[in-house]
Write a protein that binds this ligand. Structure first.
Ligand code: NDP
Length: 420
């Protein structure tokens, strides 16, 4: 029996909320709160028409404002807050949870909306030099809450989407059941789906394009190796999807796995992209449309990437038109009983099956299901531990069981083809 406050009602949130409703033994009451409350009202109506036993209310909240969040948390008195808004709101929501002593869960690590803000910029440039990677997001801001969350006796579960989230659980599961020592991890994220548009992103366009257009990097022998965007390309024949080009990206779970599994010598992350996506992205970047710096247009300040977001299809609307499958997983090499061993743990998810079940495409589905699972495990006490942690820091077994139960079954291949 628990009360959950969900913040955000976009593509990922809509899956997470519907999955919570399927797990009504744990989630007995939910408040759906977001900037545009009409989306929350529409989802509440959909679930109620389906006869959900969960008691659902809705609210408007500005998640950039700690006071507004604190007011809502005090009124609603939830047992946990699930942040499925944007990474920009991670710290305000964590601050509000701290003040109200409520557990906190999210799916993506903090990055600032305004990367030109001078105080943040100075800290960022120092971090680039010290750590050797230039992504706008990193865990330092949220890991800094460790002692404050411990003192308050509350749990912060960071990054329980698919990647990060499930990929880190796959690594912890491999370590627990298959290896004495892990040497390398390659995380492969393949979207073999086709939505029929020349260009669209599968989750929030601003966050997605920032991530994909940035430098790549990987972890090797205790330090970061940075690459130019899309500099490292490989081909891979993905089970149930087929042959795809994939590119090395910086990705947030590499930072947490590198810290939490110091034995791992190399961690890389690859994502597949089609040529049309890459050509459009390069062109938009060349003309300045991916910039986060405001420009004056007819007397008004506009942020180019936010204007672009307004032009692109809403990722939540891609469900009916997307066909094909995703395949996301980890190829893990290491030693067991002194012998070399390689396994590939992955999930295959079908866009149209997700649409039939929940009205969403597979990217929102593969993120929203693990958001529900992580939240359920915190609320049930199985993953409750004061402090802030990523998903690789808990027992992976109950999470792996719930992936099978809630629509993301996984496979372990003990004889996979490795990535060069
Ligand atoms: P969307 O843009 O579809 O949804 C974001 C939601 O947050 C919208 O409902 C939006 O409101 C709301 N929101 C934004 N700002 C505020 C605010 N200041 N106050 C209140 N509500 C706000 O994003 P997605 O669903 O695609 O992504 C959600 C999260 O999931 C992101 O953090 C993303 O990085 C993460 N993600 C994680 C993945 C993983 O595997 N770990 C993969 C994909 C995404 P409005 O409706 O008014 O715009």
């Amino acid at each position: 029996m628990s009360k959950l406050l969900v913040i955000g009602c976009g593509g990922v949130a809509q899956v997470a909320i519907q999955k919570c409703a399927q797990n009504s033994k744990v989630f007995t009451e939910m408040c759906l709160a977001s900037r545009t409350v009409s989306k929350c009202d529409a989802l509440k109506e959909k679930l109620e028409k389906q006869g959900t036993p969960v008691k659902i209310t809705t609210a408007t909240v500005n998640a950039d404002d700690v006071n507004d969040l604190v007011k809502l948390i005090k009124e609603y008195q939830p047992d946990a807050v699930l942040n499925v808004a944007l990474p920009y709101q991670d710290l305000t929501i964590m601050d509000a949870c701290l003040e109200c002593k409520v557990d906190y869960i999210d799916t993506a690590n903090y990055e600032p909306e305004d990367t030109d803000e001078p105080v943040w910029r100075a800290a960022y440039e120092k971090r680039c030099k010290e750590k050797g990677f230039t992504a706008y997001f990193d865990y330092s801001y949220q890991w800094a809450y460790m002692d404050k969350f411990k003192d308050a006796g509350i749990t912060g579960l960071l990054g329980t989407g698919f990647d990060p989230g499930v990929t880190s659980v796959f690594t912890a599961y491999a370590k627990k059941h298959y290896f004495d020592e892990i040497e390398t991890v390659d995380i492969l994220d393949c979207n073999g789906g086709d939505h029929g548009y020349a260009f669209a992103t599968n989750f929030n366009p601003e966050i997605n394009l920032r991530e994909v257009s940035a430098n790549g990097s990987y972890w090797e022998n205790g330090h970061w190796v940075e690459t130019k965007p899309m500099e490292i390309k490989r081909e891979y024949n993905f089970p149930e999807v087929g042959q795809k080009d994939m590119y090395l990206l910086h990705h947030e779970e590499i930072e947490a796995l590198g810290r939490n599994f110091p034995e791992i010598k190399r961690i890389r992350f690859f994502m597949t992209f089609g040529q049309s996506y890459l050509d459009h992205m390069r062109c938009l970047e060349d003309v300045g449309m991916l910039s986060t710096t405001p420009i004056k247009f007819e007397g008004k300040d506009i942020v180019p990437i936010q204007f672009l977001k307004a032009l692109l299809p809403d990722p939540a609307s891609l469900g009916p038109r997307t066909v094909g499958k995703t395949n996301i997983g980890c190829i893990i090499r290491g030693k067991k009983d002194g012998k070399d061993k390689v396994i590939y743990i992955y999930n295959v998810c079908d866009h149209q099956e997700c649409y039939k079940e929940l009205g969403s495409q597979a990217i929102s589905y593969t993120t929203g299901v693990p958001a529900m699972i992580g939240t359920a495990l915190v609320l049930e006490g199985k993953w409750k531990k004061p402090g802030v942690y990523t998903t690789d820091e808990f027992d992976p077994d109950p999470y792996m069981d719930m992936l099978n139960e809630y629509g993301l079954p996984w496979v372990v291949d003990e004889n996979p083809v490795e990535v060069e």
